[in-house]
Design a protein around this ligand. Structure first.
Ligand SMILES: C[S@@+](CC[C@H](N)C(=O)[O-])C[C@H]1O[C@@H](n2cnc3c(N)ncnc32)[C@H](O)[C@@H]1O
Length: 226
């Protein structure tokens, strides 16, 4: 791991560790809710818009996690995605080691993943773009721990038809921005991630999801951290 020079202190904002941060969809939601955010990714992320450290996320959580008020982790989902399963993937499964590292911090935490990981997630809450008025469904599942829990919001019916995966989005349809998808400018607008390129968008959580999670934290555990 490269040297980590310390958690930035920005007034009295609660501190959020954004582990496996990629280009920062998750991190931006916490930032918008009022957190001071540090992202960690094993790959350099020049588009990450907040404080960033390059390194192994599990090692970072274990070494520095106790210095944060709340930890979010998005271990890579390729191991569990349908297309990777078909292709026969070689990605390591990081869900169990990430959970162990999160629990070792003693801090409240959230770990996010995709539908294919459901058998490995414990009592996850489903978030869908329709819950936030986004023109994409992008289901993601959120396990919580360290004393933090989330309510399951009502799941609105999927009334708009979906474009085919990765294909241009016909009028009145919702996009599925996966793989080498068409329409980066549209996807940026739909998910409110104007700083991202295609690589980041295909991986990201829309910031609206984590802004909601952050608000749940701030109204339950958060006052103790301020
Ligand atoms: C699903 S993406 C995260 C998306 C992000 N939460 C967002 O909303 O934009 C997973 C990220 O994990 C990173 N990654 C994979 N293995 C890692 C490791 N051992 N330590 C840190 N980052 C890792 C990948 O480089 C990738 O950027």
């Amino acid at each position: 791991m490269t040297q980590f020079t310390g958690i930035r202190r920005d007034g009295h904002r609660p501190r959020l560790l954004d582990a496996f941060c990629c280009q920062g969809g998750a991190g931006m939601g916490y930032y918008r809710a009022g957190f001071e955010v540090t992202g960690v990714d094993v790959t350099a992320q020049p588009r990450y818009p907040l404080g960033f450290h390059q390194g192994d996320a599990i090692e970072f959580i274990r070494t520095f996690g106790t210095g944060f008020d709340f930890v979010h982790a998005s271990p890579p989902c390729q191991f569990d995605s349908d297309c990777q399963r078909i292709q026969g993937n070689t990605h390591p499964d990081l869900i169990a080691p990430t959970r162990a590292a999160l629990n070792a911090t003693g801090r409240p935490w959230v770990m996010e993943n995709v539908r294919g990981a459901l058998p490995k997630l414990r009592n996850p809450v489903l978030l869908c773009g329709a819950m936030f008025g986004l023109a994409t469904y992008r289901h993601r599942y959120f396990e919580t721990g360290g004393g933090f829990t989330l309510p399951q919001p009502p799941h609105p019916a999927h009334t708009a038809p979906q474009a085919k995966m990765g294909r241009p989005v016909p009028p009145g349809h919702y996009g599925q921005y996966v793989g080498n998808f068409s329409g980066v400018p549209q996807a940026r607008s739909v998910m409110d991630v104007p700083w991202m390129n295609r690589d980041g968008i295909r991986e990201c959580i829309p910031p609206a999801y984590t802004q909601w999670i952050a608000t749940q934290y701030l109204t339950t555990c958060g006052r103790a951290a301020a």
